[in-house]
Design a protein around this ligand. Structure first.
Ligand code: DUC
Ligand code: ZN
Ligand code: ZN
Length: 474
């Protein structure tokens, strides 16, 4: 007797869409095939709908002290919002300052995440390369934390890794089967530009984007790719926004160099014209929003396989945090100073619908590609495949049922985070997750959360050596 059967759905993997039933027992997928209703305690009819492996979100910053702010969701709330967006596993980063132990901070982060309703994991973070810090890489990898984040900017915030740190982490990560993750923006370029704006006394939202242009990101991407080549270490570059950076990745891929590339749905759907608005500060994030032409290059990068992953980079800074350090002038308008605005946007709940609607419905990509970009590829490269990321016997029964006919107007009122604005307010999507199942339990159904606080488990990860040696996830 099975616990659950999801029947008649179109079951999606990166390489196929097949109509079949999914039988679930003890939180795992027991079998695929054709089953009778009497064979399970509960039967869900997914006729006319698609069933995808639950989303894996490996890039978010929840309750992460940054630029004087923290974010409005706690980890339980974050997991509920994620689940509404079809996400059944998420990962966050250790909070790090100089002198902290990366391993201890990663463990502390895992502890903070334990109220989550969905499974979770943690990435290490490096801000310096003391002997003790580097030695922690062994401990993290052995514990099931093989991914380590480094920022190539945010020097003033005290979280930038210099080149020495990057090199040392790369060498050690390579030794233990680890994968460094890079936020690529050249700090020197950004700071010099900010200084120029300061001299001209023009710290407008628009100038924020100009201070961190495409080449600021591409220069750092190139540096990271060459250091990775030199050390023969695989890397993953997060939130890539432009063609220059993608071309560096393409050159690396042509040589087989494992440089994995993520982009964010905000870079596909939101553009830098928002910075011209009075409330443009709400869209301040790093890298900044770019142009529609840059977004076109990203869709091309997704189509040709240069970009294999998507992440939301979710930060739930509400209006009060975004504006906490700003002042209003005599005209009642904001005195624009982008250096006083915390960087970050929300988006964990809308990654899947945006890709279904802007990607599949508009004929840019297949639903199989959406499966790869939101789940399978992420599980593979972050080392939790095939436990996560695929609908196959033996895998966790993490499923998201998608109705491609469902139309939703994105709005702060339709989303489930604790923030009172939505940069996609009024954005129409067609194709939406309607049910989310995490390890066999239905956690979103009929628009309601039916999961449990604390039901999520810490996920130990190990990356397949093949993915680290040579570019590609096959
Ligand atoms: N970018 C953001 O916009 N926010 C958090 C950190 C980051 O890299
Ligand atoms: Zn970043
Ligand atoms: Zn980030």
């Amino acid at each position: 007797m099975y616990d659950l059967i999801v029947k008649n759905g179109q079951v999606v993997s990166p390489s196929s869409t097949v109509q079949c039933d999914i039988a679930v027992k003890d939180g795992k997928i027991a079998a695929l095939g054709k089953f009778g209703d009497s064979e399970a305690d509960r039967v869900i009819d997914a006729a006319g709908k698609y069933v995808l492996p639950g989303g894996v979100e490996a890039h978010m910053h929840c309750q992460a002290p940054f630029q004087g702010c923290l974010g409005a969701n706690d980890f339980f709330e974050q997991s509920v919002s994620a689940a509404y967006g079809g996400v059944t596993t998420f990962m966050d980063f250790a909070n790090m300052g100089k002198g902290d132990s990366p391993f201890q901070q990663a463990l502390a982060r895992a502890e903070e995440m334990k109220d989550s309703a969905i499974d979770f994991s943690v990435h290490g973070k490096f801000v310096e390369s003391t002997e003790e810090a580097i030695a922690d890489i062994d401990k993290m990898a052995a514990y099931g934390i093989p991914t380590f984040k480094m920022f190539m900017t945010y020097k003033k915030e005290g979280v930038m890794s210099d080149e020495e740190t990057m090199l040392r982490v790369f060498y050690k990560a390579k030794e233990v089967g680890g994968l460094p993750m890079l936020h690529c923006e050249d700090n020197t370029i950004a700071e010099a530009n900010i200084e120029e704006c300061r001299k001209k006394n023009d710290m407008s939202w628009v100038n924020f984007a100009k201070c961190k242009p495409v080449l600021c990101e591409a220069a750092a991407f190139s540096k990271a790719a060459y250091l990775a080549k030199y050390t023969q270490c695989p890397i993953l570059v997060v939130h890539t926004t432009n063609e220059d950076a993608l071309n560096t990745a393409r050159r690396a891929h042509a040589e087989g160099q494992p440089v994995y590339v993520e982009t964010g749905t905000h870079y596909l759907t939101l553009f830098d014209d928002i910075y011209e608005r009075e409330d443009g500060y709400l869209a301040i994030c790093s890298p900044p929003l770019r142009t529609p032409e840059d977004a076109k290059a990203l869709w091309k990068g997704i189509e040709d396989g240069t970009i294999l992953l998507t992440g939301s980079d979710d930060c739930t800074f509400d209006v009060d945090e975004k504006s906490a350090f700003l002042e209003k002038g005599p005209d009642g308008k904001w005195v624009q100073d982008f250096t006083k605005v915390v960087n970050g946007l929300s988006g964990i709940e809308i990654r899947l619908p945006v890709l279904l609607s802007e990607g599949v419905q508009k004929g840019r990509i297949s639903i199989n590609k959406v499966c790869a970009l939101t789940s399978t590829n992420i599980a593979k490269i972050y080392g939790c495949y095939p436990q996560k990321g695929i609908i196959a016997p033996g895998s966790d029964a993490d499923l998201v049922i998608v109705d491609m006919e469902k139309e939703v107007t994105l709005s702060k009122d339709t989303l489930h985070n604790n923030i009172s604005y939505c940069l996609h307010e009024g954005f129409q999507v067609k194709g939406y997750p309607v049910m989310t199942i995490a390890r066999g339990s239905v956690i979103i159904e009929n628009g309601a959360f039916t999961g449990e606080k604390g039901a999520g488990r810490f996920l130990k990860r190990k990356i397949a050596p093949d993915y680290l040696k040579q570019y590609g996830l096959d």
